[in-house]
Design a protein around this ligand. Structure first.
Ligand SMILES: CC(C)(COP(=O)(O)OP(=O)(O)OC[C@H]1O[C@@H](n2cnc3c(N)ncnc32)[C@H](O)[C@@H]1OP(=O)(O)O)[C@@H](O)C(=O)NCCC(=O)NCCS
Length: 112
């Protein structure tokens, strides 16, 4: 996990999760979240650049993520970082009123 701190406040964090199992250790999963008042400052981009560097050092061959449909800001960031959609998980999120939302699944192959 990497944390971004601004004036003593945690502005956001990201995580890259590696697998130990032999058959899945070529894959890693990434997650990111930034407080809304700090959106659009390039923090998300910087976090992805660092996570990609770490993934390269660990020699994984692909990194994966999921986001909830409608998160266009996230999608733009992920596409900029060379992630492509490979699928979607229907009804991944259920709200109290019964409304469902799907999760969009993206992958970035490492170019090594
Ligand atoms: C998605 C998120 C991580 C982006 O972080 P950020 O620090 O705002 O991202 P950046 O400032 O680096 O901007 C990255 C890209 O987002 C896109 N973007 C920026 N402002 C945007 C806007 N107003 N509308 C749409 N896309 C926008 C751009 O493509 C931008 O890249 P560019 O400036 O080079 O064109 C952040 O908004 C966030 O934490 N959102 C809530 C939680 C979340 O969605 N988590 C991930 C999904 S589970």
């Amino acid at each position: 996990m990497i944390v971004c701190e601004i004036d003593g406040e945690i502005a956001g964090n990201c995580q890259i999760v590696f697998n130990n199992k032999i058959k899945t250790r070529h894959r890693a999963e990434v997650m990111v979240g930034i407080l809304q008042k700090y959106w659009g400052l390039g923090i998300g981009t910087a976090m992805f650049e660092e996570m990609i560097r770490i993934a390269e050092r660990r020699q994984v061959s692909q990194i994966e993520l999921g986001y909830i449909e409608g998160n266009e800001r996230g999608r733009r960031l992920y596409e900029k970082m060379d992630f492509v959609q490979y699928g979607e998980r229907p009804d991944a999120i259920r709200f109290r009123d019964g409304t469902m939302q799907k999760e969009i699944l993206m992958i970035r192959k490492m170019h090594s």
